[in-house]
Design a protein around this ligand. Structure first.
Ligand SMILES: [Zn+2]
Length: 165
């Protein structure tokens, strides 16, 4: 199973930030190797849909397959399995990227007074540089209370640090 990751729901959350719910469901259903038509039956999806989902996951190296020829029909069948090692790397690198962004944001928030417009958050120096008007949306920058934002960021960072290796 997923090594080192605190629990499956956290993993699922992280995966669904980067891919569709259907992709996540296919990964979940591959708790053991399965043929694509069996996955389709299990999830009540069209086999063509499942194959597309599997191909997407294969491009990301999250699943692999074993091809074998049916001697009677001459058709190829594909046995799919998920790559636990790759999923783990994928999740971990996503966590690292996210932590990096959150840390930067936290530093900005802690750096003093923060100003808001409709599209951005900036510090005092940046607000002064632009005469307290956002160059992107032309809205005035207004001072915002960032205590709540800091708290929220700290909680999120703590949560991610727990599942990070
Ligand atoms: Zn703006």
């Amino acid at each position: 199973m997923y090594r080192m990751v605190a629990d499956i729901s956290q993993l699922t959350d992280i995966l669904s930030e980067t891919m569709s719910q259907d992709h996540v469901t296919v990964i979940e259903t591959l708790s053991k190797p399965k043929h694509d038509e069996d996955i389709a039956a299990e999830l009540s999806l069209k086999p063509t849909v499942v194959r597309t989902l599997l191909n997407d996951l294969h491009i990301k190296n999250l699943v692999e397959y074993e091809r074998s020829k049916n001697k009677k029909t001459g058709w190829y069948t594909y046995l799919w399995r998920r790559r636990e090692d790759r999923i783990d790397d994928f999740v971990q690198s996503h966590i690292s990227g996210k932590l990096n962004d959150l840390q930067k944001q936290l530093e900005l928030e802690k750096g003093g007074v923060t100003f808001n417009c409709a599209c951005n958050r900036v510090n005092m120096a940046e607000a002064m540089e632009t005469n307290f008007t956002c160059p992107a949306c032309s809205e005035p920058f207004t001072e915002s209370d960032n205590g709540k934002v800091i708290k929220k960021l700290e909680i999120e960072i703590k949560k991610l640090n727990k599942i990070r290796r």
